[in-house]
Design a protein around this ligand. Structure first.
Ligand code: ADP
Ligand code: MG
Length: 221
C-alpha cells in the first residue's frame, strides 16, 4: 500500500459559545506513514485533543479533510465514519475508553466483536505486555488511573489497528510501566501501525520518529 496511513489536509475547527469564538484548529496538516510514530506536544488549550478527535472521525472539522488508509474519513455519514474507525483506528482518550459495566477483558472482547476480528488469541499476551493481566477481570471503577489508561490502550490495540491515536496515554503511569508500554508501541510500529501520540512525556517524545508542536491551533515551526 502506498497511500499514507493517515492524512490531514488543512484542518480548521472552531467553537462558538454565545459571543465567544474559539479557533481550536487553524489549518493543521499532517501525514503519518505506515510504522511511523508522531508525537504531538503543546500547551493546554493548543488544540491537541481537538486534532485527535478529528483524526479519529469522532469530530468533524469545519474545514479540511482527513483520510485514513486512502479513504476519506471526514464529511462522511456517521455510520461510514464508524465503520472506517472500527476497521482502521484504535483510539485512546484521556477518559471514557472503557464501558463501566464490563470487565477489562469484556471491554476488549466487545471491540473485537464490533470489528469482526477473529483473532482473540493475542488478548492475554497483550494484557501481559501492558502489565494488567491480573486486572483482566476487574471493572473500570476498580482500576487506578494508570491501570485504566493501560486497559484503554489494550482496547485500542486489540484489533491490531493500522492507526493508533492516543491522548496522554502515559500521563498517570510510573517510569517502569511507561518503559514497558513504550517498548510495546515501538514493537507495534515496527509491525506497521502508524501512531499519533499526544504527550508531555519526554520518554514518549524520545521513541517518536517526529515530534510536532501545536500552539493556538497551528504547528510551531
Ligand atoms: P488541548 O487538548 O491541547 O488542551 P483542546 O483541543 O482540548 O486543547 O482545546 C483547544 C481549544 O478549543 C481550547 O481553547 C478549548 O477550550 C476549545 N474547545 C475544545 N473543545 C471545545 C468544545 N467542545 N466547545 C467549546 N470549546 C472547545
Ligand atoms: Mg487535551
Amino acid at each position: 500500500m502506498t497511500a499514507p496511513r493517515l492524512t490531514a489536509d488543512s484542518l480548521y475547527r472552531f467553537f462558538r459559545a454565545g459571543e465567544e469564538e474559539t479557533f481550536a484548529l487553524q489549518g493543521v496538516g499532517l501525514q503519518v506513514e505506515k510504522g511511523e510514530i508522531v508525537a504531538v506536544t503543546g500547551p493546554s488549550g493548543s488544540g491537541k485533543t481537538t486534532l485527535l478527535s478529528c483524526l479519529a472521525g469522532l469530530d468533524e472539522p469545519d474545514g479540511g479533510t482527513v483520510h485514513v488508509a486512502g479513504e476519506r474519513l471526514s464529511h462522511q455519514q456517521e455510520h461510514l465514519r464508524s465503520r472506517l474507525r472500527a476497521r482502521y483506528i484504535g483510539v485512546l482518550f484521556q477518559s471514557g475508553n472503557l464501558l463501566e459495566h464490563l470487565t477489562v477483558r469484556d471491554n476488549i472482547r466487545l471491540v473485537q466483536g464490533l470489528s469482526g476480528s477473529a483473532d482473540r488469541s493475542g488478548v492475554r499476551e497483550l494484557l501481559r505486555d501492558i502489565g494488567i493481566a491480573p486486572r483482566a477481570g476487574a471493572l473500570p471503577r476498580q482500576l487506578s488511573g494508570g491501570e485504566a489508561a493501560r486497559a484503554g490502550l489494550a482496547v485500542a490495540l486489540a484489533n491490531n489497528p493500522a492507526v493508533l491515536l492516543a491522548d496522554e496515554l502515559t500521563g498517570e503511569v510510573d517510569g517502569e510501566t511507561e518503559r514497558r508500554v513504550l517498548a510495546l508501541l515501538r514493537e507495534r510500529a515496527r509491525a506497521g501501525t502508524a501512531m499519533v501520540l499526544v504527550t508531555h512525556s519526554r520518554a514518549v517524545a524520545a521513541v517518536a520518529d517526529r515530534v510536532l508542536r501545536l500552539r493556538d491551533g497551528r504547528w510551531v515551526r
